[in-house]
Design a protein around this ligand. Structure first.
Ligand code: H2U
Ligand code: ZN
Length: 343
């Protein structure tokens, strides 16, 4: 009899069509001794050297205003440029390139240099949610923009250039690879079953309960059955909606609330400001209704067993497929057991 909680197996990710190898037998040993507290480097509330703090000069000489809530600016080192002319290069069937216009922005969450999402208060986080909505709508309304990717790199380990709480927005003409895979899977599921893939998945998880970390009226935070990163989570809206601007007033507050609760659990896991890359997946801004899309966020954290042991996607994972030792069920159990409020 196949015991999927004990034996090596692979799990299917219905959102992307990928598989992950799960090796539960490798972490049957318990968790004692694996938490290594590292001293928290206390940041100042204002850092005169920070290019995101209010009133400071950025690279290129532009000075930030004395902002008091959120602050958005065009990235001074933008990966995409709005004035890019259309163009295509093709040599045979193998060498193909296309010009790609777009806009890159940076969003400062708070004037305070020393706060994280977990430490910000709910009204301030609600202002961040409102800023995401304004940006999604404003950028998405442009004819040349068909997709708006909002994402946060948290911690130097994940490539964040600065501890000041901020995220990035890259908006462009095409739908990028990962959301496109998810779109195709969601569209196929709706076509074949008449149901939304993630509504159906949320119902399964609510019944099973073992992979849920926390929830409120409007959102569920869970470790997906097909998780690849050690403490990966998926934040799903309980109501079927395609994109962030469709959230009601109450749901906007609830999004702020679930993000604070989830990140404060993360910060307690290894007693550090927990690094991650997070971002939203939602319908493209190409003007189509996209009934198949279900708004959600992914958190991809690299830490494996402690503040100093991280997961690298190397070896078998680069050449063959991703693999994990900590089952999603045990990761959810650990996250569930933690307190939420930071001191
Ligand atoms: P990350 O921490 O995720 O790297 O985001 C910070 C962004 O800020 C990064 O994309 C931009 C970088 O290009 N930046 C500016 O736009 N102006 C600056 O003065 C420094 C950094
Ligand atoms: Zn700062």
């Amino acid at each position: 009899m196949f015991d999927w909680k004990q034996q090596p197996h692979r799990r299917y990710n219905p959102l992307t069509g990928d598989w992950v190898l799960v090796s539960p037998h490798r972490t049957q040993r318990p968790w004692q001794g694996q938490v290594e507290a590292t001293p928290k480097a206390q940041q100042p509330a204002y850092d005169p050297e920070c290019y995101l703090c209010p009133g400071n000069a950025r690279a290129g000489g532009v000075r930030n205003p004395a902002y008091t809530t959120t602050f958005v600016f065009d990235n001074d080192f933008a990966a995409l440029l709005p004035c890019t002319e259309p163009g295509r290069f093709e040599e045979g069937r193998l060498l193909i390139a296309e010009a790609e216009p777009g806009i890159c922005r940076v969003v400062c969450f708070s004037p305070r240099h020393d706060l994280t999402v977990a430490q910000m208060d709910l009204p301030a986080l609600r202002r961040v949610v409102d800023t995401w909505i304004e940006q999604y709508e404003e950028l998405g309304a442009r004819p040349s923009i068909n997709h708006v990717q909002i994402f946060e790199n948290r911690g130097a380990m994940m490539g964040a250039s600065n501890p000041h709480p901020h995220c990035q927005i890259w908006a462009n003409r095409i739908i990028p690879n990962e959301p496109l895979k998810e779109q195709q899977a969601q569209a196929a599921h709706l076509r074949d079953t008449g149901q939304c893939l993630l509504c159906e998945y949320a119902a399964i998880e609510l019944r099973a309960a073992e992979r849920i970390v926390c929830r409120n009226e409007s959102f569920i935070a869970l470790v997906p059955f097909w998780a690849v990163w050690p403490f990966e989570t998926l934040v799903l809206s309980t109501r079927h909606l395609a994109s962030i601007e469709q959230l009601s007033d109450r749901e906007r507050d609830d999004l702020a609330g679930i993000l604070k609760r989830l990140t404060s659990r993360y910060d307690r896991l290894f007693q550090v400001s927990f690094p991650y890359t997070m971002g939203f997946h939602q319908r493209p801004t190409d003007g189509l209704p996209h009934e198949e899309w279900h708004f959600h966020a992914h958190f991809y954290p690299p830490l494996l067993r402690s503040a100093t042991v991280r997961k690298f996607m190397v070896g078998y994972e680069m050449l063959a497929m991703p693999q994990r030792d900590i089952t999603p069920e045990s990761a959810a159990e650990r996250l569930r057991a933690l307190a939420e409020e930071n001191e």
